[in-house]
Design a protein around this ligand. Structure first.
Ligand SMILES: Cc1cc2nc3c(=O)[nH]c(=O)nc-3n(C[C@H](O)[C@H](O)[C@H](O)COP(=O)(O)OP(=O)(O)OC[C@H]3O[C@@H](n4cnc5c(N)ncnc54)[C@H](O)[C@@H]3O)c2cc1C
Ligand code: SF4
Length: 333
């Protein structure tokens, strides 16, 4: 690991001012906030990230989960993934979020990993993590080794000719289905970003993964009030039962009244270059009978735009079955 300076800013304003000196908030940033470190330190050891300055934000007052006046929930940026997953209100009213977090990583990692850090975790594409290989995300313009290489785990939705890396987060898939809002403080003040607008598609700039600018500090994530009577399921399919990233996953929030779907929010994981909300599936479900045929139609709609690579064509059917099964489970709950 290369040498770096380490600072503990006293408050958010000094963290933002120090962070704003960075040239970018994207891949290769020379100044980085440090939360749990489970992504960042990993990548620093591999010299995929080589910041000259780390700003430890763990002492900033963002480690609380609070009720919002509108009935929603405010989740601080440094709330540990374990604390969030086991929070009573999250388990009761936002169960899909609890299930998604608990399906990821290991207990030890979840004890350290934070809400904001999870939002910003990086792809597990093996070429991104290997400085000897070409990778447009790590080093723009060098090419994409995965397109002609090992791509079994990578994306089938949202990819470009420049990058096919998938977003590996489980938590983010649930937050997409819950329509979370990300709150950021930066040099120009505070702003909120709808979850679906936070992560970027790779296009021809795969090194830009989010809309964050230098100095932007995520302070919290807000969840809207829970949908009364809704049922939640997060289903994750992977190569082994635990400590493994998703091949395909589905987050489902659904309400069924007298056999008809009255509300549906659907997001997919493991298959998209960003956490993949499927409005196509939601439209296919809403107002229709909650039955196996309609769940399958929703899954067909969700995967209609899928483009497989040489090794991951199996993900299309896998993701369809994952979503169909999640919908079936939720509607029978
Ligand atoms: C072996 C292993 C297995 C894993 N398995 C899974 C899995 O199955 N599913 C899954 O979803 N995840 C998995 N993960 C990923 C894990 O969830 C993430 O590493 C973790 O959530 C990152 O959080 P952190 O607080 O440690 O982030 P950090 O490493 O501290 O930070 C990550 C990035 O976020 C930035 N950042 C942090 N906080 C802020 C803030 N407040 N404002 C702006 N920027 C900020 C940092 O600068 C850095 O760029 C795994 C990780 C490992 C190492
Ligand atoms: S898929 Fe993206 S991250 Fe992986 S090698 Fe290609 S450009 Fe790099």
């Amino acid at each position: 690991m290369r040498m770096f300076e380490f600072h503990r800013p006293e408050n958010a304003a000094s963290a933002i001012a120090a962070g704003a000196q960075a040239k970018t908030a994207q891949q290769g940033a020379d100044i980085r906030f440090l939360a749990g470190g489970t992504t960042l330190v990993d990548l620093m050891k591999l010299e995929v990230e080589t910041p000259r300055q780390l700003l430890d934000i763990n002492r900033l007052p963002f480690d609380k989960i609070d009720d919002l006046p509108n009935g929603g929930l405010k989740i601080g940026a440094t709330v540990r993934n374990s604390d969030l997953a086991h929070h009573a209100k999250v388990q009761k009213d936002y169960a899909v979020l609890s299930q998604a977090i608990l399906s990821g990583a290991s207990a030890q990692l979840r004890n350290l990993a934070t809400t904001a850090g999870n939002l910003l975790q990086r792809t597990r594409c093996m070429y991104f993590r290997d400085n000897a290989m070409p990778c447009n995300k790590r080093e723009p313009g060098t090419g994409c080794a995965a397109i002609t290489g090992s791509n079994r785990m990578l994306a089938i939705l949202g990819a470009s000719e420049h990058c096919i890396a998938n977003n590996p987060s489980d938590m983010c898939v649930a937050m997409a289905a819950l329509e979370a809002t990300i709150h950021v403080q930066g040099t120009k003040g505070s702003r909120e970003i709808a979850f679906g607008d936070f992560h970027l598609l790779p296009g021809n700039t795969p090194h830009r993964e989010t809309v964050l600018e230098p100095g932007d500090l995520i302070t919290h994530v807000a969840l809207p009030p829970p949908i009364r009577g809704s049922r939640h399921v997060y289903l994750k399919l992977r190569d082994r039962e635990s400590y493994e990233f998703a091949l395909a996953s589905a987050a489902v929030v659904i309400s069924v009244e007298r056999g008809t779907v009255t509300y549906a929010r659907v997001a997919l994981g493991g298959v998209g270059t960003k956490p993949w909300r499927s409005r196509e599936a939601e439209n296919e479900l809403t107002g229709k009978p909650a039955n196996a045929a309609n769940f399958r139609s929703a899954a067909e709609a969700a995967l209609r735009g899928a483009k497989p690579q040489s090794e991951n064509g199996f993900k299309i059917e896998l993701a369809k079955r994952c979503l169909t099964h999640a919908l079936q489970t939720a509607s029978n709950a």
